[in-house]
Ligand binder design. Sequence first.
Ligand code: NDP
Length: 449
Amino acid sequence: MSPQMEEKVEAIYQEVLRRNPGEVEFHQAVREVIETLGPVLVKHPEFSERKIIQRICEPERQIIFRVPWQDDKGEVHINRGFRVEFNSALGPYKGGLRLHPSVYLGIIKFLGFEQIFKNSLTGMPIGGGKGGSDFDPKGRSDDEIMRFCQSFMTELYRHLGEHTDVPAGDIGVGGREIGYLFGQYKRITNRYEAGVLTGKGLDWGGSLVRTEATGYGATFFVSEMLKARKDSFGGKTCLVSGSGNVAIYTIEKIHQLGGKCVACSDSNGVIYHEKGLDLDLIKQLKEVERRRIKDYVEFHKDAKYIASGNIWDIPCQVAMPSATQNEINGKDAQKLVKNGCIAVGEGANMPTTPEGVKVFLEAKIAYGPGKAANAGGVATSALEMQQNASRDAWTFEYTEKKLEEIMVGIHRLCYDTAEEYGFPSNYVVGANIAGFIKVAKAMVAHGLI
Ligand code: NDP
């Protein structure tokens, strides 16, 4: 980047810092994108003239609301709800809802910002948004979850619509929560508007493969990165952090493609099973019985539970962080590379710190950033919307094939864009530029709004 361009981008970033104090994750996400956009501004001076980057960094609408609910003992709780409708240049706002005690505006804005470019990369007609609450679902009964979801939707419903804003799941929000949210939306609006939420149950408008989509998609993306290096998952030792929705279906696809996943984790510790994880058991513990992964060792005496362990200490060839943001720091990245890791595919959003990303890029390993690698989830949500609109239901095989084609397409787009702009094999640059250009062109076409 020329010094003038660097100065220009830095000034935009400083303005983002000034306008959004304390929102550190949002700052990080913005910095990571805009510092790669210099070459685009050179090629497209109209984007600078119309202040497209500055406008992209400012959400179109931010909604913050009170969510009161009662627990099983009758005690009243008050949480805070968020929905950030970030950018609708390419379609209705689309992005998940996160329920986790760490949620605040800065987390929702980082996720919503990333979502704009991710959704653009899918090639589907969807804009970017994200929402959630600082509610902690851990240890809550079914009834408590339902009461919380009903209260949350009682405010949120007025902002949603199949052509306006279409939420889905994220951390703490799976099929059960989407069911309660949809039920309340239907009750208040008196409309069976299937396309207003994705991740629905299969009996009432959901799409096959949506549950598997993010994990499967991330694994397809890594498989494409490996193919580009004339390699494959066959026989590779892999690590997958987390043990939630994304982690489980990443492990499943890795095993189907011939890799061996030896460890997964949660916020309390790590399970290490050298001969390969028993995925049926993990599904039973996590999806059916809603237990913690430490219980895995009750069933496999040769597996180890490492309380407060760091999964990235375990040697592997492929690492797929699938838990949360900033879970791989610079030191973890160095350790991974030193231990022989040749590919990293991010199932989670922004799981690698800027220092970690630098290590991966300098080591020239295959590094697939979240906004490209985990786009399969939202892409399949868009397929769910398509099926809802046409009142159709596709088979598992057909939908999975579509997902795979989309991921192959995203990989190709990122790969080719990186080459075109002079950064061969740099998927960070490829994903940011390819995702940005489409949104920017649409914003120019729509005028100053
Ligand atoms: P789940 O709630 O199903 O699972 C999250 C997993 O990550 C759990 O094992 C959880 O452990 C762990 N985790 C969450 N927060 C932390 C934390 N602060 N520290 C350590 N571990 C943590 O969520 P998903 O699998 O849906 O989401 C995982 C990641 O994937 C997120 O970054 C999400 O944004 C991203 N993503 C999800 C998509 C989807 O379709 N669901 C789509 C695209 C991206 P514990 O139970 O101990 O909290």
